[in-house]
Design a protein around this ligand. Structure first.
Ligand SMILES: [Zn+2]
Length: 254
C-alpha cells in the first residue's frame, strides 16, 4: 500500500485492451503514471472523476517490487466547470498542463509547482477578465522559479557588475540581465525596459492574487512576449510550443 496523493489529471487513455493509464501531476510524487485495472471501481470512468484537468484525491498502491502504481480509489475535489466551458480558459489550462508534462520527468516531486498549478486553475475558474498572455507569462516565470531557474535581475548575469537603470539587456543564455559591456561578447540579448524588469520581479516575489492586479505598460507586454516561453525552454532544455501557436491549435485568436 502506498497511500493518498492529491493530483491534477493530465490525460487518461486505454492501455492495451485491458487496463487504462492515467498521467497525473501530484503533490507527493510529481508527474506520475497510474494504472486502473479493468473491473476496478474507477476503470470505466463513467463517473468522470478522472477526466483530464480534474483536481482529485487518489488512493494508490504498488504491488511488490513493481514500478507501476495502481489506482484503488479516487475522489473529485474540483472538475473546474467554468474552465471547461470557456474555450480560452480551457486552452490556457491545457497549455499549463502541456508545460508541466514537457518540463517534468516522472516521479520528480515538486510540491511548490503542484500548489502553483492548483492556484492558477482556481484563478482561471473564478476570474472573468484575464489577460491570457500575461497570465501565461506569470505561470511560466513561476514554473522556471519552481525548477530553480531564477533569472538574475540585480547584477549583470555574466560579469556580476552593477547595472545602470538606463541600459538594460536581457540574455536568456546567461540567465538574466546583462550590462552594456557584456552585450559585445556575441551573447544573444534584447533590450528591456525598467518597467518590464520590475514586472518580472513582482511576478517572482508576489502572491498570485497581488500580481493579477499589477499594472503594466504596452511596452512591457511587447517586450515580455515569448520571453517567458524561450527562457523556460532554454533552461529546461525542452522545445516548447509558443502559447500563441498553441492557441491557434484551438482556433482561438489573441
Ligand atoms: Zn556584464
Amino acid at each position: 500500500m502506498f497511500g493518498y496523493i492529491n493530483a491534477i489529471v493530465l490525460l487518461n487513455r486505454p492501455l492495451g485492451e485491458i487496463d487504462r493509464r492515467y498521467l497525473v501531476f501530484s503533490d507527493r510524487l510529481g508527474k506520475i503514471s497510474l494504472i486502473s485495472k479493468r473491473g476496478s471501481l474507477h476503470y470505466n470512468s463513467n463517473s468522470g472523476i478522472l477526466n483530464a484537468l480534474n483536481l482529485v484525491k487518489i488512493l494508490i498502491s504498488r504491488e511488490g517490487y513493481s514500478k507501476s502504481y495502481y489506482i484503488q480509489d479516487a475522489e473529485l475535489f474540483s472538475g473546474y466547470p467554468n474552465i471547461k466551458s470557456e474555450p480560452k480558459k480551457f486552452a490556457a489550462a491545457y497549455y499549463f498542463l502541456y508545460i508541466l508534462d514537457k518540463v517534468f520527468q516522472e516521479q520528480n516531486p515538486n510540491v511548490k509547482v503542484f500548489s502553483l498549478i492548483r492556484d492558477y486553475f482556481q484563478v482561471l475558474e473564478k476570474e472573468k477578465d484575464i489577460d491570457y498572455f500575461l497570465f501565461k507569462d506569470m505561470f511560466l516565470w513561476h514554473v522556471s522559479m519552481g525548477l530553480g531557474f531564477m533569472p538574475e535581475l540585480k547584477v549583470c548575469s555574466n560579469c556580476s557588475k552593477d547595472l545602470s537603470e538606463k541600459n538594460r539587456f536581457f540574455s536568456i543564455q546567461t540567465g538574466g540581465l546583462i550590462c552594456k559591456n557584456c552585450t559585445s561578447l556575441e551573447i544573444n540579448y534584447k533590450k528591456i525596459s525598467p518597467g518590464s524588469v520590475n514586472f518580472i520581479k513582482e511576478i517572482l516575489k508576489s502572491k498570485l492574487s497581488k500580481i493579477l492586479s499589477l499594472r503594466y505598460t504596452s511596452l512591457a507586454r511587447r517586450e515580455l512576449d515569448v520571453l517567458s516561453e524561450r527562457y523556460l525552454s532554454y533552461h529546461s532544455e525542452k522545445n516548447l510550443v509558443l502559447f500563441r501557436n498553441f492557441l491557434s491549435g484551438y482556433e482561438i485568436k489573441e
